[in-house]
Design a binder for this molecule. Sequence first.
Ligand code: ATP
Ligand code: MG
Length: 582
Amino acid sequence: MLLRMSTLFLRTLREDPADAEVPSHKLLVRGGFVRRAAPGVYSWLPLGKLVLENVSRVVREEMDAIGAQEVLLPALLPKEYYEATGRWTEYGDTLFRLKDRKGADYLLGPTHEELFTLLVKGEYSSYKDFPVVLYQIQEKFRDEARPRAGVLRGREFHMKDSYSFDIDDEGLQASYDAHRAAYIRIFDRLGLEYVVVSATSGAMGGSASEEFLAVAATGEDTFVRSTGSDYAANVEAVATPAPSALPVEGLPEARVHHTPDTATIRTLVDFLNAAGLGRDFSEADTLKNLLVKTREPGAKDWELLGVGVPGDREVDLKRLEAALEPAEVALLDEADFAAHPFLAKGYIGPRALIDNKVRYLVDPRVVTGTSWVTGADETDHHVLDLVAGRDFTPDGTIDVAEVRDGDPSPDGRGTLYTARGIEIGHIFQLGRKYTDAFAVDALGPDGKPTRVTMGSYGIGVSRAVASIVEQSHDDKGIVWPREVAPADVHVVGTGKGEQIEEALRIAGELRARGLRVLVDDRKGVSPGVKFTDAELLGIPTAVIVGRGLKDGIVELRDRATGEREEIALADVVDRAEAACKA
Ligand code: ATP
Ligand code: MG
């Protein structure tokens, strides 16, 4: 490949686009890699297309290596398939919907479980046909509520989606493991720093779903990692280690105190400390009870649920939703309180909940033998020294208190801190949700049908391009990892005639050695502009053919390290080739 900047369809910009906030958005636009066509919709120009193709190639190679087979399904899909699985409704406003001339409903595919399932059902029917893994790299459409950050969150974007079909759970696990390993190879090759976090809490049995997050301060996903190990997890999946139970013998008896105007933890603690009770109280000594209501899927009625957490922590609503999934959860409103007069708002304690058969779950830290200040179920009253396991027995634990920086890591090594990331991949053991919807069976050796089980696996290909830039840039521009760079080497001729001729000659030789070459052969463009462009475009190796040429000297530059070296013209092709293959 030899690209000449004198004719390349490229205009770099000196100014950041007005709508850009994150570095990848600014740099991909300024470097002429992409152009915005509509909110969340982008065109890929020649250099951008090369990068996109390089990422796709890496993905393809690693998918092929696990035996996955590439196909290409339509993006324009009839409504009926998505209606069969309920997703026509479930997807809500995120789905792009349209009608054909006869008035039939269509959608633009946001992800393709339905069509892949039907495709396999149409072709395969015997256990001998399985397992099979199919994938495609294709544009996806989602009418995102907040398209943002250029191609990071687009409304049209490129995704690699694959789907595994197996006849049993062991097969699904093997397909999942193969994908997981392939994803690790892909993201390693793309030069990304990333973590793998479980997307669901351990409750569903280990790694039913995991996300790959590229570490980036600009990411929308929060996760926690440990100072002392590789531990990383979604906040929803962090399991708080439970301390050991303590003996209850000899602990003071519980007693009710009049605590006027102490409906908040802060006012309560201040009151207790001013009351001369002979000890100091902190928020962590209190047990705060949050009342919510939950509704199981398909159920008509809501049920009350009490959640007890140490008073120095809030309940994290995302963790709560994840812990109760698939049930819905909502906070109580005034009408709910009115309907349950035993709930003394601001003073709710375990007693009234247990006596009134309200399910009561507590934080894992509330173990037997721990002693608490908590509501006495009467306005302006609290109970002190209420001991778990002695004075009340909750219905179980629920791990939904906020996770804080400095909390012990669940693996016992180091402490947790919060970081941000960009979801670049997601692997998911779907099970039989879609094969049930479409009755996909494989006939066993005995002629009996078995329901096929599925996995689905996505990589945001266009998002990966932006994620790479988020992680790999400096104040001058992009620093492409070699595997995805639009070229291996950028030969810059800076002078009038002779240097450009020489640059073209060197470029030709480098191409003959199999390198992908970009050559700046523009006439009437100043050296300063050419250097600025070279740094913005971020090709890993540059050869500068400038004033030194008359003395037989050219310069070799490394974009990542900034190193510059003057070398003899006679050595330039060998040295540049070596640098590109290092
Ligand atoms: P997010 O939580 O970021 O919206 P998602 O969980 O909805 O993503 P999936 O349905 O898991 O996304 O899609 C698979 C992959 O496609 C994601 O891991 C991500 O890398 C990519 N992706 C999803 N939505 C977008 C988008 N709007 N723009 C670019 N890439 C996307
Ligand atoms: Mg996802």
